[in-house]
Unconditional design. Structure first.
Length: 363
């Protein structure tokens, strides 16, 4: 049980890097000597020291010699990167044992860091708390193995599954606490995606207003290039990048030139009918090394990702308020339907002043 206890401490440290280190993995490390944690480290920012390097720097040579180092991901071993190889640093520090939760799926590492340690006489254990580590690093693992970002479908709904309230009702479905949580999620995201219908209907800014973390890029799915030139997104490229995925033909149009003049990036994509090929879109985002895509579109966009089998995670904010008999033709996308179609499993449930927040993932 000691191995699991120390590895969970390393996992807690790794989580501190969420939203700051991508496309690198979140990694935490602890140095243990005589049954006590004597040093800690985590990867704090992209391009900064790795977790193992931080932990080594926080310990004395005497503490390191003969110690056990718990690390949430296999130590790196390759030279063509921003920081020195961690496996070599651990060997030089004369640690006796390294416990890694999982191997690194990066083709530049993929077991070679562990082999380097073993060849130097360091005892190596793997697989401790591996499920927790895989859950934490799921977006990184997907990017490294599939070349695509992790896809979260996010929406707010009434208790009866509508994405809007009847005319005359309050503007927001979710309450203030839920909206604060949403902005916290945005702060941990690389790209937010909506369809052009949402842009036309709501004119959203899609920024992070939490006061902390990064500003995600904004992506519009617009096969026919109907994005209004005066919309907030087209005029806020100084906040973060705005990208419009459109057909190759429309990417050459005068409308595209006008939008590009506002700083909008026009990304020509294959289309199926008038809809963007979502698989090609994910490949495009993966090539940019974006790790996490948050889809906040209306029901058509949400359903398109779901039916194509491209969603990895569902995140729903469910209000206790019902749209009721006045719902009429309001957009509908219910949690129960999404769960039935996706086959996902609820992994987390939160409550915010009466709202219920549900998170589901594939097993």
């Amino acid at each position: 049980m000691a191995d699991e206890t120390f590895m969970r401490a390393a996992l807690d440290l790794a989580r501190l890097g969420r939203g700051l280190v991508e496309p690198n993995p979140m990694v935490g490390a602890v140095v243990v000597k005589d049954g006590q944690i004597v040093a800690k480290g985590w990867h704090r920012r992209f391009g900064g020291p790795h977790a193992e390097a931080e932990a080594i720097a926080a310990a004395t040579p005497a503490q390191l010699q003969g110690a056990t180092v718990y690390v949430t991901l296999e130590p790196c071993c390759h030279l063509n990167k921003k920081t020195p190889p961690c496996a070599q640093a651990l060997i030089a520090a004369k640690v006796a044992r390294v416990v890694a939760a999982i191997e690194d799926p990066d083709a530049n590492v993929s077991g070679r860091g562990l082999s380097m340690l073993r060849s130097a006489g360091v005892s190596v254990t793997t697989g401790v708390c591996q499920r927790e580590a895989r859950d934490l690093l799921a977006p990184y693992i997907k990017l490294r193995t599939q070349g695509r970002p992790w896809v979260t479908l996010k929406w707010a709904q009434t208790s009866d599954g509508y994405l809007a309230l009847p005319a005359g009702a309050p503007r927001w479905i979710s309450n203030e606490a839920s909206r604060r949580h949403t902005h916290g999620v945005r702060a941990l995201t690389d790209v937010i995606c909506v369809g052009v219908n949402t842009v036309i209907a709501d004119d959203p800014l899609l920024n992070n207003r939490s006061g902390a973390g990064r500003q995600p890029a904004r992506l519009i799915l617009d096969g026919r290039l109907r994005t209004p030139l005066e919309c907030k997104l087209a005029n806020s490229t100084d906040v973060s990048p705005v990208i419009i995925a459109t057909s190759a033909a429309m990417a050459q149009s005068p409308a595209a030139s006008e939008l590009a003049g506002r700083g909008v990036q026009i990304a020509p994509m294959p289309v199926i009918g008038s809809s963007i090929d979502l698989g090609a879109l994910l490949d495009f985002l993966g090539e940019r090394q974006w790790t996490h895509l948050l889809v906040e579109g209306g029901p058509a966009v949400l359903k398109s990702f779901l039916r194509a089998g491209l969603a990895d995670e569902l995140l729903a904010y469910i209000s206790p308020v019902a749209a009721g008999a006045g719902a009429g033709n309001l957009p509908h996308f219910a949690w129960a339907d999404a769960m039935a179609e996706s086959g996902m499993t609820v992994r987390e449930q939160l409550g915010f002043d009466g709202d219920t927040v549900l998170l589901a993932r594939r097993e």
